[in-house]
Design a protein around this ligand. Structure first.
Ligand code: MN
Length: 132
């Protein structure tokens, strides 16, 4: 079961997204700010990070930069999430080391289609036991 770390300061967004992803079969961890996100990524080594960009204190860009600088976490794909598709936001996110980018409000189908480039879709593999 792919382990997803959601770093999001907005409680409502965080709860909604984590609930929906758990329902899809993902294991979900949550962090509420950049510092906690980095600490949790280092400790839990998730398969993917969904990183809100606008976070208090340490923002998502800086948190991503730090994850990508750390040999322990740099392999973990990061999908940036932002509330406004401001021009330049995507470039800034990619420059910070984000592997993908998506905008809020979350369109779960669209987000999942980006996530499955990096992690297995638990529903696609559901039931069937892999022989590998
Ligand atoms: Mn935020």
């Amino acid at each position: 079961m792919p382990k997803i770390l959601i770093v999001e300061d907005n409680e409502l967004s965080r709860d909604m997204l984590s609930r929906r992803l758990r329902r899809k079969g993902f294991e979900v961890l949550v962090a509420t700010d950049g510092q906690e996100g980095i600490a949790m990524a280092q400790r839990e080594l998730p398969d993917l990070v969904l990183m809100d960009l606008s976070l208090p204190d340490l923002d998502g860009w800086e948190a991503t930069r730090r994850l990508k600088k750390d040999a322990k976490t740099q392999h973990i794909p990061v999908i940036a999430l932002t509330a406004h598709a401001m021009s330049g936001d995507r470039e800034k996110a990619i420059d910070a080391g984000c592997d993908e980018y998506d905008t809020k409000p979350i369109d779960l189908r669209r987000l999942l289609s980006k996530m499955v480039r990096f992690v297995e879709d638990p529903e696609a593999s559901g039931g069937e036991k892999s022989l590998a």
